[in-house]
Design a binder for this molecule. Structure first.
Ligand SMILES: Nc1ncnc2c1ncn2[C@@H]1O[C@H](COP(=O)(O)OP(=O)(O)OP(=O)(O)O)[C@@H](O)[C@H]1O
Length: 606
């Protein structure tokens, strides 16, 4: 039996408390407030997924709430359908609309993305208000209540249980999703698209998925809203509401599932309390609560930039630290580690025959305007060897690395990998073909555990989708991916740190972690971009020892490095670049004594 993880236990306890509350003699007003918190939580939960976790800001979620609400209102009042048919119609409409809008807006980046969401948020609002079918700004009235197992959910008290069970299921679904192969891909978007793609994640599809799922949660909230209010009009689905939803997610802690609930509860209760108390204090009525709550929320965000939930976690952590042993804090074990006994070996790709050419760069050229950054450079990497590519600052090494790894297109020339021409292919296609890389400036997900970071590297070795993640139908695959990730961590010497936060590792360990992540993809060749940069002497020695080990296990490595001493005792062959040109290549000792190298490279070094 699977142990209940703290998060899941949290859902169970909280749901039990919420469900018991309705049977106590609590005032009707509290029930109404709790119902609205539930509805807002659903939308904020979608925003946590979309904005806090996937890193895409949307001001337009209220429009999806409106789509869910109007669809059910229309189905039930105009076509005589049941609210459940309305729910199906609403979700279908939201998926279609979000699919179409997301396909356009998710391509935007920077401030264009939020502006894009504002644009379609406004468009949908005015669509609701101008369509005769939807009774324009007057809206639709006479919406029937939901009938659940023969019971008409007429009152707020009746709907309360349904709302909170749906919220609990949604929280559980998002928690399950995030602890799955697709969830890690969504989280990887935050680490930069180049990193995610180099691990084989289809970033465009993953962004769209996050967008549609967030919209579905909003649509679900809209459906409940329509049957709670029994009337809909465009006002609650406008831009103001969109901003408020985003505020809820950010104030609660946009990076945390529980932050959605915290934010929705805080803003709803605070707004209501201020609305009651301010007229009494000020002796006059007006919308003062909007001004005061705005100021209070700014203050809160100043004190706690990550939102309310991280503050709660810190307080809980303080209590925990009292009993801690001084070890590094451990993150909860992902589902893949909890079911370790289910693990099966992941499929491995055929490795290249020893000595055969795995990577062949032929007259690669790259120009930036008039500057020739890489000038017809050729070299090859053989199976089971370490080839060093070195050169002084500005020699063109990074550009060469980007040409080989599919980040930059070649101006001319060819790159062949495992017998196939690969220039022009995406990083993702190269990952699929067996090329894995690390980054000059380490690119990890610092808040994620070490082992989950490595599991992202094995993305292409699994295939279960988001639904399997949500339904937990992925246990065997998750266990297999995590067994592989643990094996790679053991291989680089980080086995004992699997559940540490990746961001808490020293730089040298972070570089080892990147190598483990690359190895988790079962690569044919490993491309390392200045792995020794910024490392202390001991860390360099450990890294060199690891690379020697990997070579002895048959791994082929292209090592792009600035540090001459680091590569000398390590690589089998060296290629030296200067001013974009290959000036020398050969065995390390011969290269070291070559006058051209001494002049171009060592000449400038004391
Ligand atoms: N995107 C770009 N646009 C214009 N010029 C560029 C671009 N990228 C690199 N360059 C130029 O190409 C040349 C080679 O740069 P590159 O970063 O590849 O060198 P490097 O050998 O990796 O240097 P370092 O060790 O300092 O990273 C430099 O003159 C650099 O200014």
């Amino acid at each position: 039996m699977t142990r209940l993880r703290p998060q899941r236990l949290g859902v169970a306890i909280w749901l039990a408390v919420m469900c018991t509350a309705v049977f106590l003699p609590v005032p009707e007003f509290w029930i109404t407030l709790a119902n609205y918190i539930g509805l807002y939580s659903l939308v904020a939960l979608g925003l946590v997924l979309l904005t806090g976790i996937a890193g895409m800001t949307s001001f337009g979620q209220a429009a999806f709430v409106g789509l869910g609400a109007y669809a059910s209102a229309l189905v039930t009042t105009q076509y005589g359908g049941s609210p459940w048919v309305g729910l199906v119609a609403g979700i279908a409409l939201v998926v279609l609309a979000a699919g179409a809008l997301g396909a356009i807006t998710m391509r935007l980046s920077g401030h264009y993305l939020p502006l894009g969401t504002i644009a379609w948020g406004l468009s949908l609002f005015y669509l609701f208000g101008n369509l005769e079918l939807l009774k324009k700004f007057d809206g639709i009235t006479g919406i029937p209540p939901i009938n659940f197992l023969g019971v008409e959910l007429q009152s707020g008290r009746n709907l309360y249980l349904l709302i909170w069970v749906i919220v609990a299921l949604a929280v559980l679904a998002v928690l399950n999703l995030l602890d799955s192969r697709t969830g890690r891909a969504i989280r990887a978007l935050r680490g930069g698209l180049v990193m995610a793609e180099s691990c084989g994640v289809n970033t465009a599809r993953t962004k769209l998925l996050a967008f549609v799922l967030a919209a579905v949660l909003a649509g679900l909230s809209g459906w409940l809203y329509a049957h709670l209010q029994r009337a809909v009009n465009p006002t609650p689905f406008g831009l103001n509401a969109g901003i408020t939803y985003l505020f809820m997610a950010v104030v609660g802690g946009a990076g945390y599932v529980w932050g959605a609930l915290a934010g929705a509860a805080l803003m709803t209760i605070l707004g209501d309390w201020l609305q009651n108390i301010l007229p009494k204090l000020l002796g006059q009525s007006g919308n003062f609560e909007v001004i005061v709550s705005g100021m209070l929320l700014i203050l809160l965000l100043q004190r706690a930039p990550g939102g309310l939930w991280p503050m709660v976690l810190r307080v809980v952590g303080m209590f925990k630290r009292g009993t801690a042993t001084g070890e590094h804090p451990q993150l909860p074990a992902p589902i893949g580690l909890q079911n370790a006994q289910l693990a099966q070996p992941l499929p491995r790709r055929p490795q290249a025959a020893a000595g055969s050419t795995v990577l062949d760069v032929r007259s690669a050229r790259k120009t930036f305007g008039g500057l020739v950054a890489v000038n017809d450079v050729s070299f090859s990497v053989n199976a089971g060897e370490i080839l060093g590519l070195i050169g002084p600052n500005g020699a063109g090494k990074s550009t060469m690395f980007n040409l080989v790894s599919g980040v930059l297109p070649l101006t001319s020339g060819e790159v062949h990998f495992a017998g196939e021409r690969i220039d022009g292919k995406t990083s993702r296609a190269l990952a699929r073909a067996g090329m894995a890389r690390t980054f000059q400036h380490v690119r990890l997900l610092p808040a994620m555990s070490v082992i989950e970071n490595v599991a992202i590297g094995a993305h292409l070795r699994g295939h279960r989708g988001w639904m399997a993640g949500v339904m937990r139908a992925n246990r065997i695959e998750e266990a297999s991916i995590f067994a592989e990730a643990q094996a790679q961590l053991d291989r680089v010497g980080l086995g004992a740190d699997a559940l540490r936060e990746a961001g808490s590792l020293a730089l040298g360990q972070q570089r080892l972690l990147e190598i483990a992540r690359a190895l988790a993809g079962d690569p044919v060749v490993l491309l390392l971009d200045e792995p020794a940069a910024g490392l202390r002497h001991q860390e360099k020695l450990a890294l060199a020892a690891l690379l020697r080990d990997l070579r002895s296990q048959g791994v082929s490595i292209l090592l792009v490095e600035h540090d001459m001493e680091f590569v000398m005792g390590l690589v089998d062959r060296l290629v030296v670049m200067d001013f974009g040109t290959r000036i020398v290549h050969g065995l390390p000792e011969a290269v070291r004594n070559n006058p051209a190298v001494i002049e171009a490279y060592l000449g400038g070094v004391e």
